[in-house]
Design a protein around this ligand. Structure first.
Ligand SMILES: [Zn+2]
Length: 128
């Protein structure tokens, strides 16, 4: 298995090496053949002598997509932050309900049995 991977790696490497002398390249993304110049294919970060397998247009598209995704993510984060803020704006009823839920949970943890409705009823009107 490792041997096969090694062969594949060798072939890929060979293809990369031969890419240097080719005069046009088919973009790995849009599959359009374009002249193999820096005008159409940007240089690779690691090895500036080699050009990307994706054309500049596709790279740009990818970058824009990435930025859009990033922005969407931040948007969601922003909304989440806002949501965190609105938690403080619970109505009195909601607060009571949440307190009851919390108390029922604590009661169950402490006594290992669910709280009774009567006990919950007694909680009504308890201030924070
Ligand atoms: Zn392309």
């Amino acid at each position: 298995m490792i041997f096969i991977i090694y062969i594949v790696a060798l072939i890929q490497n060979y293809q990369k090496e031969t890419n240097v002398v080719e005069e046009s390249r088919v973009c790995s993304k849009c599959k359009i053949e374009k002249p193999l110049t820096q005008e159409f294919f940007g240089p690779q970060q690691k090895n500036k002598a080699r050009l990307h397998t994706e054309c500049r247009e596709c790279k740009l598209k990818y970058m824009k997509q990435w930025q859009a995704n990033k922005r969407a993510e931040q948007d969601v984060d922003g909304k989440r932050d806002k949501h965190m803020y609105t938690i403080k704006e619970y109505t009195e009823e909601e607060k009571q309900r949440l307190m009851k839920e919390a108390y029922a949970h604590i009661y169950y943890q402490a006594f290992d049995r669910p709280i009774t409705d009567r006990q919950l009823k007694d909680l009504e009107g308890i201030e924070e």
